[in-house]
Design a protein around this ligand. Structure first.
Ligand SMILES: NC(=O)c1ccc[n+]([C@@H]2O[C@H](COP(=O)([O-])OP(=O)(O)OC[C@H]3O[C@@H](n4cnc5c(N)ncnc54)[C@H](O)[C@@H]3O)[C@@H](O)[C@H]2O)c1
Length: 290
């Protein structure tokens, strides 16, 4: 899709991190913004900062895990701007635990935000984007964890593999229909955000902390936090995403070194080998220009 000034972008999880960087990048392209996040005060800060820079912003506190809230976001977006050109299903959370350490509440939370959040975004926005009949684009934010199976990330891996296959199916279904909507699935390795502090976005009664976790989960959480801290700058990632939308790239692998890890997984499957363990440090050092 060619991004034109005045077009409308909807971004979930936009209060900070990758979502905020995408909002700043979308404004730089002259787009109008619909920003959603569960963290109302931080969302308001981001929206105010962009408004002061001249952006036309609609900000709505939204829990993407709740279908009715995402429907209300779509209603508000179409009521305000009449149309949507770019939908970025970005909101996400992480729990670093093995399958047996992951509680039912953890599974519900991670799948609710990371997978159902994307499902709700597609249900709420795609029919109306199709009705508009104009070119548009959908970016679903998965992770390299959607293409490989990193250790101690059970629920996160499942949610992100779900987002990848959901995006592939969406691409096929839109092509079959002859729709003018492109699709991309974003699969980064580490990016410098607060994803390792996701617990902040969780309802208080469900909160756990690293100290309460078993030895595997505690160690994994510390490794993730360290890798994220040395990850790619979100602004650089946003540049790559926008260049990819304009080039209509489907798989956006932002960290070149992860390609070998994906290839190793496919080779394991095709050659009937036991799974190769991906190193948790993948993608943490080398950044790539768009
Ligand atoms: N940071 C990384 O290394 C990395 C790597 C690969 C993929 N990702 C993905 O990128 C996306 C953005 O994460 P980030 O790294 O910017 O993390 P972040 O924690 O900095 O930002 C996530 C944003 O999502 C919001 N959010 C959380 N739960 C929500 C909910 N239920 N409804 C609406 N908003 C909610 C948070 O308030 C926050 O503003 C996620 O989907 C994440 O899985 C991140």
């Amino acid at each position: 899709m060619d991004i034109r000034s005045g077009e409308v972008a909807v971004i979930t999880g936009a209060a900070e991190g990758i979502g905020r960087a995408l909002a700043i990048r979308a404004h730089a392209a002259g787009m109008k913004l619909v920003l959603a996040d569960i963290d109302g005060p931080r969302l308001a800060e981001t929206a105010d900062a962009l408004t002061q820079q001249g952006a036309d912003v609609l900000a709505l506190r939204t829990d993407v895990a709740v279908a009715a809230e995402v429907d209300a976001l779509a209603d508000a977006a179409f009521a305000r701007f009449g149309t949507v050109h770019l939908l970025v299903n970005n909101a996400g959370v992480a729990v670093a635990k093995s399958a047996w350490e992951t509680s039912l509440a953890d599974w519900d939370w991670v799948l609710g935000v990371n997978l159902y959040g994307v499902i709700h975004g597609l249900r709420a926005f795609v029919p109306r984007m199709l009705e508009g009949g104009h070119p548009g684009h959908i970016v679903n934010v998965a992770s390299i964890a959607g293409l490989i199976s990193a250790p101690s990330m059970a629920a996160y891996n499942v949610s992100k593999h779900g987002v990848v296959t959901l995006s592939e199916g969406l691409h096929h279904d839109l092509r079959l229909r002859g729709a003018a909507l492109g699709v991309s699935v974003l699969c980064p390795a580490w990016v410098r955000t607060r994803i390792a502090e996701s617990e902040r976005n969780r309802d208080a009664p469900d909160r756990t902390c690293v100290a309460d976790q078993g030895p595997i989960a505690g160690q994994a959480a510390q490794m993730v936090a360290k890798a994220v801290a040395s990850g790619m700058d979100p602004a650089q990632l946003a540049d790559i995403v926008f260049a990819s939308i304009e080039a209509n790239r489907f798989y956006i692998l932002t960290h070149p070194e992860t390609r070998a890890v994906v290839r190793a997984r496919l080779d394991d499957i095709l050659e009937d080998r036991l799974p190769t363990a991906p190193a948790m440090g993948f993608g943490k050092t080398r950044d790539r220009a768009p």
